[in-house]
Design a protein. Sequence first.
Length: 296
Amino acid sequence: MDLSYWRYTLTPHRRLSSVARPGPREGALLRVDDGYADVHPWPELGDLPLDEQLARLARGETTNLTRASLACAKLDGEARANNRSLFEGLTIPLSHWTGEGAPAAFDTVKVKAGSDFRFAISDFRGKRVRLDFNATLTPEQFLRIAETLPRDQIDFIEDPCPYDAAMWRTLRDQTGLRLALDREIAFDAVDVLVIKPAIADLRNHSTVDGQHSTLNIAPEVVVTSYLDHPLGQFHAAYIAATNDVSPRCGLFTHVVYEPNAFSECIEADGARLLPPAGSGLGFDDLLRSLPWKRLA
């Protein structure tokens, strides 16, 4: 396996969540034989730092993140070998907008929130709202915040507190709000599963008791990017386009960062990303022009 990498930096417009470290984010693109992929760790959420991800990969060891990257590179490389876009014949689902100030084309907004969150109708007029607390609240804090939320405007609450089936059943019953689970696969008291292809394979999942199941047990599956490089973003878009998922996913995430050469190539039709030009996941000329360094 011919394995090379190129480090990149993404600069957020603002802090990305209550658990995100402030400042620029580091990641790396991989070139694996003829295919490309992204590695964008979130140490705040339990990922190994980038240097350790790359060091282990050089030794032939993988993590959830790099296993998904290698699978992406294989898929991308096969399409490039046939001079074919992975998006041929596919339609990428619409996306929610991440953050406030959503353009008119977006009917759904996802907001990263913390214990100090206050809902202002003027910020979200005419929009459905998805709130993500990154499991930072206690059940009591969530109940207090839930009392202030307009039920008809809230689509779901993602990770209000650490997942516990019994507690989530209670919270769902008391608030009447739909609850979404990220970074885990569980079905009890879960209305929505949030799947990030950067760290999870939609085909590999089990119910709580270990029996193999299918994702359609959950009423809704929302595929999102890992707030990563545009190449990783379009890997998520491809997975969303090839599976039965929510009509509103979380793929429109390049806008949370300062523009770069890759994001400036991205085009959209309203709230729907359009496939990048080129073979595989696209960005052919930019990827070929990078100063790759051999990893293994």
